[in-house]
Design a protein around this ligand. Structure first.
Ligand code: SF4
Length: 275
């Protein structure tokens, strides 16, 4: 009908495995899909590489939002305050707002890659013209299915998982586990150094905010501390293996699901940045 309102279908890629698998899963079911990526300009190099790979599989461009301003612009606007789970200005400024601006007042169906086997919550748009849908949840797809979609398509897992990073998002994301900081230093020492540079007294109060809970990166990178973090990680893996039947320790280490296990209850990751 001539005056029927057009509905846009938008899938936001995060650089993570779940949104990548969802794009593959829906490619032929929703051919009019628009793919977007909100670029904080602080992503891992592997994320940009992965987006290229996904785009070439989809045969479509991935539109980059935030082309003009990235994390540092907003970091300055917030007076040099490192974001955290309780001061999470970054997701709002760098992910949600650009997405909502991109949608405008159009009717939008927003496809979200939350799986049937997870109970994450997080920042999604609540604008009345944007309706979130969860195809993996609706179709009962779990981690094993997502891994199979990525494997059989040839797109594969995000390349940063090879060195033990489990989440997409900024290289300095505060949701990282301590073991991931250690691995970041090993895989990308230059990025670790850059992350360290943000840890300085906050202009307004003189408070010293850190990316990782309870310690600065300068403390975390000390050899004895690194050894302790590695030891604690192995113990956590062993505990998890002991809780699960019919699974060898090697399988536990190989399982992406294990790597996603948070270090504490506050470490649930971000629904917008890390799907
Ligand atoms: S990845 Fe982490 S640091 Fe980056 S915008 Fe998302 S929550 Fe913030």
């Amino acid at each position: 009908m001539a005056n029927e309102k057009r509905v846009r279908h938008i899938l936001s890629l995060s650089g993570g495995k779940d949104s990548a698998a969802l794009a593959i899963y829906l490619r032929d079911r929703v051919p009019e899909m628009e793919y977007i990526f909100s670029d904080t300009r602080k992503e891992l190099p592997e994320t940009y590489e992965y987006l290229e790979r996904i785009s070439s599989y989809l045969g479509k461009e991935v539109t980059r939002l935030n082309a003009d301003v990235g994390f540092d612009h907003w970091y300055e606007m917030y007076g040099g305050m490192i974001p955290s789970n309780h001061r999470r200005w970054c997701t709002r400024a760098l992910k949600l707002k650009p997405f909502e601006q991109h949608c405008g007042n159009d009717e939008v169906i927003n496809y979200v890659g939350l799986r049937a086997d997870e109970e994450r919550s997080g920042y999604i748009s609540h604008k009345p013209n944007i309706k979130a849908v969860y195809p993996f949840k609706e179709d009962g797809l779990i981690l094993r299915d997502i891994e199979e979609i990525l494997r059989s398509s040839g797109v594969g897992m995000p390349p940063y998982t090879k060195w033990g990073r489990t989440r997409s998002g900024c290289y300095f994301c505060f949701y990282q586990q301590k073991i991931e900081w250690v691995r970041l230093k090993e895989a990308h020492p230059d990025l670790f150094e850059k992350a360290k540079e943000y840890e300085k007294p906050y202009d307004k109060t003189g408070n010293f905010f850190t990316w990782s809970q309870g310690e600065s990166l300068a403390e975390l990178e000390q050899p004895q501390r690194v050894e302790a973090i590695k030891r604690e990680h192995v113990i956590r893996i062993q505990r998890k293996a002991a809780r699960r039947e019919n699974i060898t320790l090697a399988e536990v280490f190989a399982s992406a699901e294990v790597a996603e296990e948070p270090e504490d209850d506050d470490d649930q990751g971000c629904l917008v940045c890390q799907l």
